[in-house]
Design a protein around this ligand. Structure first.
Ligand SMILES: Nc1ncnc2c1ncn2[C@@H]1O[C@H](COP(=O)(O)OP(=O)(O)OP(=O)(O)O)[C@@H](O)[C@H]1O
Ligand SMILES: [Mg+2]
Length: 176
């Protein structure tokens, strides 16, 4: 039996979109070729916000507003960055037709929104990030004043575990 840790979890809270982008930059700084980062959470959770921090941190510029039919966009940074928005994917087979494996198992950094829509094509070894608006903090009036977001990380596989450990190490410790 190997004693190598192949899963790890971590939770962190951000208080603003800027802090979420900083978290993305921390992920970018720790990312190595072949990293796969899967971002789940409801509409408006902050997936694209975190992805924009990852992209900026890798020196890939800003996320381009996508026409509805574009599912994958490629950026050049320190490493190639592949940003997928699978929201409109109708069938996981469509992902296979797009050649997602070429991206996931290549040398770039893959960042995926709505990874659930990939079904079995979502890599097993990846860093899953579930983004939530803490229930207690939700505004009853439905306004946009609350900027608290909770990020629940779950790393599967040695590469993702190393990535998560590095982010934890570099992220400022929060007073609780
Ligand atoms: N702490 C925070 N982190 C990230 N976004 C926040 C935060 N607080 C407020 N927001 C707001 O929440 C929204 C997040 O939008 P974003 O496009 O990133 O969501 P998304 O998860 O990608 O949604 P979609 O499923 O529609 O793609 C933005 O309007 C942003 O300003
Ligand atoms: Mg989005």
């Amino acid at each position: 039996m190997s004693s190598t840790t192949t899963t790890a979890t971590w939770a962190v809270v951000t208080a603003s979109p800027d802090e979420t982008r900083d978290l993305g930059r921390a992920l970018a700084a720790a990312a190595e070729p072949g990293a796969v980062i899967l971002l789940s959470g409801p509409l408006g959770a902050g997936k694209t916000c975190l992805a924009s921090g990852i992209l900026a941190g890798l020196g890939g510029g800003d996320i381009a507003p996508s026409p509805t039919f574009v599912l994958i966009r490629e950026y050049d940074g320190r490493l190639p960055v592949y940003h997928f928005d699978a929201y409109r994917l109708e069938d996981p087979e469509q992902a296979a037709d797009l050649g997602v494996d070429e991206y996931f198992y290549g040398d770039g950094v893959s960042v995926v929104e709505w990874p659930e829509n990939l079904g079995s094509y979502a890599p097993k070894e990846a860093l899953w990030v579930r983004i939530e608006r803490p229930a207690g903090a939700r505004s009853t009036s439905g306004d946009q004043s609350d900027e608290t977001r909770r990020f629940l990380f779950r790393a599967s596989g040695q590469r993702a575990v190393s990535l998560l450990e590095e982010v934890r190490r570099t992220w400022p410790t929060q007073a609780s």
